[in-house]
Ligand binder design. Structure first.
Ligand code: 1GP
Length: 252
């Protein structure tokens, strides 16, 4: 099985370098918006595009991924909200198990159903322990997954969940307050989780300022994901990229 993207993430982590990922929802972009996103992302040295969402209503996924591929070399990782969101034109796929929840369908059920399709896609598959954290309001992900998020003032629950995910063999941990969260994940929770796992830690949901992206990296996040804020103001890509790439090796 391929491991190009994963190896680049672990190599970056060893060097203390932080990665910036722009989340693209295929339902919310057209070619004009994609042109702008790609231009700014290349300028900002964006490390990854994540493509997907809790709901992908249209059939734009393949078109969207192919269009990005044709216009830049930034790797594309799928962030699927459902088993139908697989495009063989991408580079990799986050094979998500919602380990913060107790919904068997999202822990293993949908994986069983989609396994042959996912394998046939030829994509690099990265098993990912997905931890949904309370972001201050019900988000699409908590509604769709029918799970309770981890309370944001209980960092030890997130820590134990991430440790369990890592020991079960998951290659990445993704802590997400949900798209458009009112409150992003607090730094003390990020730090506690980062201190107790060795695999790369992805953090997203409700990050709207470069300062918060920087502080999350300082607390131990290895990759920062931003979607909503960039949808509202595309030029934020440049500041977010600069903030993430200037973050030091964890010191707090
Ligand atoms: C959501 O982590 C991502 O799953 C990004 O969230 O859209 O709030 O940036 P935002």
């Amino acid at each position: 099985m391929k491991s190009t993207i994963y190896n680049s993430l672990t190599d970056q982590k060893k060097l203390g370098k932080k990665a910036f990922a722009v989340l693209i929802d295929p339902d919310k972009v057209n070619r004009k918006i994609l042109d702008e996103l790609i231009r700014l992302s290349v300028d900002a040295k964006v490390d990854h595009f994540l493509v997907g969402g809790s709901l992908v209503i249209s059939s734009n996924l393949d078109d969207c991924v192919q269009y990005i591929k044709q216009h830049c070399t930034i790797p594309i990782t799928l962030f699927p909200g459902s088993p139908s969101q697989v495009s063989r034109y991408a580079d990799a796929l986050l094979y998500l198990s919602v380990i913060s929840g107790r919904n068997p369908e999202l822990l293993i059920g949908q994986h069983v159903i989609s396994a042959p399709l996912v394998k046939q896609s030829g994509l690099e598959i990265m098993s990912t322990g997905y931890i949904v954290v309370d972001g201050g309001a019900p988000t699409t992900v908590s509604y769709i997954s029918n799970t309770y998020p981890v309370p944001s003032d209980k960092p030890e629950i997130a820590m134990c969940t991430a440790m369990a995910g890592e020991m079960l063999g998951m290659k990445l941990i993704y802590m997400d307050a949900g798209s458009g969260a009112k409150r992003p994940i607090p730094e003390n929770m990020i730090k506690l989780v980062a201190d107790h796992i060795e695999v790369p830690l992805i953090v997203g949901g409700g990050i709207v300022t470069p300062e918060k992206a920087y502080l999350n990296c300082k607390a131990g996040a290895d990759m920062i994901v931003v979607g909503n804020a960039i949808e509202k103001e595309t030029s934020l890509i440049l500041e977010m990229g600069a903030a993430v790439h200037s973050a030091p090796v964890r010191t707090v």
